[in-house]
Design a protein around this ligand. Structure first.
Ligand code: XIL
Length: 366
């Protein structure tokens, strides 16, 4: 090998080692997180784990702490994956988030009903919620730093979702959940998390909820804005308005489940409502062979503009979490239409960083 070739190789090695990373870029701004699936938690997805270690400093459980997984029967908890998830996070010095304690979706079938399928009484449900929260939050006390205590309880028009929790306990189920979580780990941060929060109705009710909790001396540290975005909606201004509104109430804002779908939505305003499910049609899956350059550019620009917004409000935003690491992992490949090929995340199907990553990093430096 010639001297020049050796120098070139040495240079390119140094270059790849020193390529700036997301977590360095956002160091004094906010945490940058990723949701982890079973492949990553079990250690099988080594490529995903390498990206995680390089770019991220926070993790959240994508599925393994949802009640149907972690508490499948009233007298049975399943901590296999959640224990591995927390161990992994500690080994890598990650800020660990638990998701989600009280949620109507992926809810264990026994949780709100008796053996005949009838709703349980208010007292029984309170007891069950308390045991659920105490056991899980208590197990990871001091290790899990923040909890999505209640997820998706409010609708776009500002009314409460008619979930079983609401049917049985009314609005009170939310303060109760926060109170139980606070008792189980007084040092953990507590969050309310939802999607489509740029709808004025939802935003206003969430704002009222923050006030109610505070008035009653129940702690709420942040509001999670899920951020499952499409190419057309929401506008930056709509998203920004909500960041500002929550900030005014004295809580942090977190972008908790960020992904930007490049695919057409079968219907406007679906957000992340898991009950939405549309039949597959070819026209809804246009990029099976790759994304045309002009569309990719539009996606890059929109992704970048949202990060620009987060950077602008870094004093109000404490964390931005991507809902997955690579496009291959993303739930958007199956939601709200099964079997599509979406490209919503920052790393591609070959575990390569997309060009937008360095654009975002440059933006953070300015
Ligand atoms: C999704 C997961 O990503 C999928 O793997 C699962 O099949 C369904 O739930 N809002 C939430 C998340 O709070 O928990 C959901 O995650 C996406 C919408």
């Amino acid at each position: 090998m010639t001297g020049i070739a050796i120098i070139l190789i040495a240079c390119s090695n140094t270059e790849s080692k020193e390529k700036p990373t997301l977590k360095e870029a956002f160091k004094n701004k906010f945490l940058i997180g990723a949701a982890l699936n079973t492949g990553e938690i079990s250690g099988k997805d080594t490529a995903g784990l390498r990206i995680l270690a390089t770019h991220f400093n926070s993790i959240v459980a994508e599925n393994c702490m949802k009640s149907e997984v972690i508490h499948p029967l009233e007298d049975q908890f399943n901590f296999t994956l959640s224990d591995q998830f927390v161990d992994l996070g500690e080994k890598q010095d990650m800020f660990i988030i638990g998701h989600a304690l009280i949620w109507h979706s992926q809810l264990s079938p026994w949780f709100c009903v008796d053996e005949n399928g009838e709703n349980v009484s208010a007292d029984v449900l309170k007891e069950r919620m308390k045991t659920h929260i105490n056991t899980i939050v208590g197990r990871y006390k001091g290790r899990i730093k923040g909890w999505d205590v209640v997820n998706e309880a409010i609708l776009e028009d500002g009314s409460y979702r008619k979930s079983k929790f609401y049917e049985i306990l009314g609005e009170e189920f939310i303060p109760l959940a926060f109170q139980y979580a606070q008792e189980a780990d007084p040092d953990a941060e507590l969050y309310y998390n939802d999607y489509n929060e740029w709808y004025p109705g939802r935003r206003e009710t969430v704002t009222r909820l923050i006030r109610t909790l505070k008035e009653r001396g129940i702690r709420i540290d942040a509001i999670g804005m899920q951020g499952h975005l499409g190419m057309d909606s929401p506008t930056l201004e709509e998203y920004e308005e909500t960041i500002l509104a929550y900030n005014k109430e004295g809580v942090n804002v977190m972008v908790t489940e960020f992904d930007l779908s490049i695919l057409p939505f079968p219907k406007a305003g679906i957000g992340a409502d898991l009950s939405a499910n549309f039949d597959y049609q070819k026209e809804l899956n246009p990029y099976t062979e790759g994304v045309p350059a002009s569309i990719q550019e539009a996606w890059n620009a929109r992704m970048l503009s949202f990060f620009r917004l987060f950077i602008k409000h870094a004093d109000k935003i404490s964390r931005v979490t991507m809902w997955g690491i690579t496009d291959q992992d993303s739930w958007k490949n199956d939601f709200p239409v099964r079997g599509r090929k979406d490209y919503p995340l920052l790393f591609d199907r070959d575990n390569q960083e997309k060009p937008v990553v360095q654009m975002i990093i440059n933006e953070a430096k300015q």
